[in-house]
Design a binder for this molecule. Structure first.
Ligand SMILES: Cc1ncc(COP(=O)(O)O)c(C=O)c1O
Length: 357
């Protein structure tokens, strides 16, 4: 049978969070909750849902606007940038993939942290590049060490800020230092999937470097605080020459018409974002308190999920499943839980208490 090239057959497929239906089917249980994929438990803005319903009625027989004119304009206005400095993606995931395919030639290196979002290494390997992984330090990206990992072959550097799975962030000072030292000609991809959740005022300002014309690609998404993970829509921001190159690799109709319309409405609904952030902050405080009272170590988060370094994580994960709670096991020694609605957080902490009893 036909064989894929070595750099493809060596890839390991992405393992998503377990779906609720699958768990309930397997264990014959009901009323389970999923706190495994960092989705917004409030769902999307009602205005976005209305736009989805209207979009379904009208234009499904037509191809979408592949250029996403209206959504790009809405984003450009909100961010005070030019539409030409924006690229839309089928989730930011797709943009990671096409950015790697745009800028990496076989054998080129890309530096990233470990553990961080697994798609970085997958995208790099699939493009024939080499993923160079630099361990986190105190659960945070060690930007100095990542800079030291740069070689003449390095073409890209991936930074998740905040990081998934640890929820930690890098500061302005750290990021500015990296940008001062890194040579031009290396694309710094700053994945800001969770940036709307950040509360720390020292959070790195990637935009500043994009504005001064540096080789920076900022990625954001409608999958997290905007609650539209199921529609698959995200965007990238970079100098227009960088965007023009990535656009050559993008599939013609990569984002669908319904997602584009929903995203425009979601952007406008500032109240929904504010409320989502407030619920998340309250959930965070509740979970910190409960975890501390259970004596379970956790890493302070700037996102909508919490990383808990626990021994025996697979066993705890299995026990939580039997209580109808799906979290994300991080092999070998951590669990990541998405902050949910108050009743979901209570169900999780009750299940955790039972798992440890
Ligand atoms: C750090 C990070 N980047 C990107 C993504 C992908 O998001 P999207 O749904 O926009 O593809 C995720 C999703 O979990 C993530 O955690």
């Amino acid at each position: 049978m036909i064989k894929a090239p070595e750099h493809i057959s060596a890839l390991r497929p992405y393992i998503p969070g377990k779906p609720i239906e699958e768990l309930e089917r397997e264990l014959g249980i009901k009323n389970s909750i999923k706190l495994a994929s960092n989705e917004n438990p409030m769902g999307p803005s009602p205005a976005a849902v209305r736009a989805i319903a209207a979009g379904l009625k009208k234009t499904l027989n037509r191809y979408p606007d592949g250029n996403g004119y209206y959504l790009k304009n809405a984003l450009a206005e909100k961010l005070s940038i030019k539409p030409e400095e924006i690229i839309l993606g089928n989730g930011s995931n797709e943009l990671l993939d096409i950015a790697a395919r745009t800028f990496l030639a076989p054998g080129d290196e890309a530096v990233m942290a470990h553990p961080s979002f697994v798609v970085y290494s997958m995208a790099v390997q699939a493009a024939g590049g080499k993923a160079v992984q630099v361990p986190l330090r105190d659960y945070r990206h060690d930007l100095d060490a990542m800079l030291n990992a740069v070689t003449p072959k390095t073409k890209m550097l991936f930074i998740a800020n905040p990081n998934n799975p640890t929820g930690t962030m890098n500061t302005k000072e750290e990021f500015d230092r990296l940008m001062r030292k890194i040579r031009n000609g290396i694309l710094v991809v700053v994945d800001e999937a969770y940036y709307e959740y950040v509360t720390n005022t020292e959070y790195a300002d990637s935009f500043k470097h994009f504005r001064t014309g540096r080789d920076v690609l900022i990625l954001r998404t409608f999958s997290k605080i905007y609650g539209l993970a199921g529609l698959r829509i995200g965007y990238g921001i970079a100098h227009q020459e960088i965007i023009a190159e990535i656009n050559k690799v993008r599939a013609p109709f990569n984002t669908n018409s319904v997602a584009q319309k929903a995203a425009i409405e979601a952007l406008k609904d500032k109240g929904h974002i504010k409320k989502s952030k407030e619920i998340n902050n309250r959930g965070k405080i509740y979970l910190y308190k409960e975890l501390s009272s259970l004596g379970i170590r956790h890493v302070p988060t700037e996102t909508n999920f919490i990383y808990m370094p626990v021994a025996d994580s697979m066993n705890i994960y299995e026990k939580l499943l039997h209580s109808g709670v799906i979290v994300r096991p991080m092999w070998p020694d951590a669990i990541r839980v998405t902050i949910g609605l108050p009743e979901e957080n209570r169900k999780f902490t009750n299940a955790l208490r039972k798992a440890y009893s």
